[in-house]
Structure formats: C-alpha cells, structure tokens
Design a protein around this ligand. Sequence first.
Ligand code: IMP
Length: 199
Amino acid sequence: MAYIVVATSNAHKVDEYKKLLADQNVELKSLLDYPGFPGVEEDGKTFAENAAIKALAACKYCDVPAFADDSGLEVEALDGRPGVYSSRYADSDPERIAKLLGELEGKENRRARFVCAISIAINGEVIETFEGEVKGTITLAPRGEGGFGYDPVFQPDGYDQTFGELSQEIKNSISHRADAFRKALEFVEDEMSVLDNEF
Ligand code: IMP
C-alpha cells in the first residue's frame, strides 16, 4: 500500500488526518513512528514557509513522502496578527485568548480568518504547498469547551456558534485544515503513483 508521513508528533492531529484519509488507499505514518526525529526550527515568515520546512525535514529524515501543516489566526484589525506567531502569542490558550480580546477591546472590526498551509515533500524536494482558510469573527467573550487554541472566540461565517461550541464533525468539515487538506488530497490522488512505495 502507498503511504505517507505527516510531520507531526501531535497525536490529536494524527487522528484528525487519519479520519480525513479514511477512504483513501494510503497508510498514514507520523513522527510518532520515527522517535529519533531531531525536530526542526520553524523560522519561516509565512505559514507556507513553515509547512515547507517541516515537510522537507520529515521527508529527508524518514526517506519517504511527507506532508506538514502550519496554521494560525489572522485578525484584520491587528494587521494579520498573531499570524505565524499564533502559538507563541502568549503562554497558554486562556492567556492567548485574553490577550486577543484585550487587543480588540473597543475595535469595531472583529473580522478574522484561520489559515492553514500544507506542504508535500517527495524525494527530498517540496513539490507543492496548498492553503486553506475559514473566515469568521472574534466574539466578545469565549464560548464553548470544545476544540483547542482560539476556538472558543472564533465564530465561523454562517454559524451562530463558535468553534468551541460546534461539534468536531462540523468543525472538521469547514476548517482551514480541512480546506487545505482537500486541495492536497486532490493533488495526491492525481499523483498517487509517486507514493507507490514499500514501508
Ligand atoms: P500549529 O499549526 O499546530 O503550530 O498551530 C499554531 C497555532 O494556531 C495553534 O497553537 C493555535 O493557537 C492556533 N490554531 C491553529 N489552528 C487552530 C484551530 O483550528 N483552532 C484554534 N486555534 C488554532
């Protein structure tokens, strides 16, 4: 069977990608299967650059086709911040949310989008990078216990609930990650022969 490595050690993400790949004739491995992976500095200036850095490092280390994602929240009134610094914006999810709501206090424009870039690397080269997004607004206060990160303060367009309140199933069908992944999958399906290798 063809297989591919996702460049993450985050079991939650591995599970999410396994679900997204469930109908495909492809086996998903992750860096959990390669415990010796030394890690890599995510010093890119864009989501696409960081995704490419991670995909390439995993592809070279594991010597198999690999993909990686990088994602974050861009807020219009903050000129796109926190952006690629979304996870480094503050030390914990509650602190990140509190800081964001503080920065937006008194601002009328609460438009924002989640962005996800997915890069695919094969034979030691990044061959494609895809970008997905979901647009919405930042709520005045956190709502809901589900999801992670900024989910409790992000209300996607077309819904009355935040990502923290919506089911995992709905979030996974409209999220930035699902959007980028759909584009990547279309590409992989067309190019499936390049993944035809033995583990
Ligand atoms: P990474 O791509 O896993 O490094 O995620 C970067 C950061 O962006 C996360 O730590 C979260 O703070 C934020 N983020 C990315 N995707 C989501 C999401 O789906 N919901 C909430 N926060 C997210």
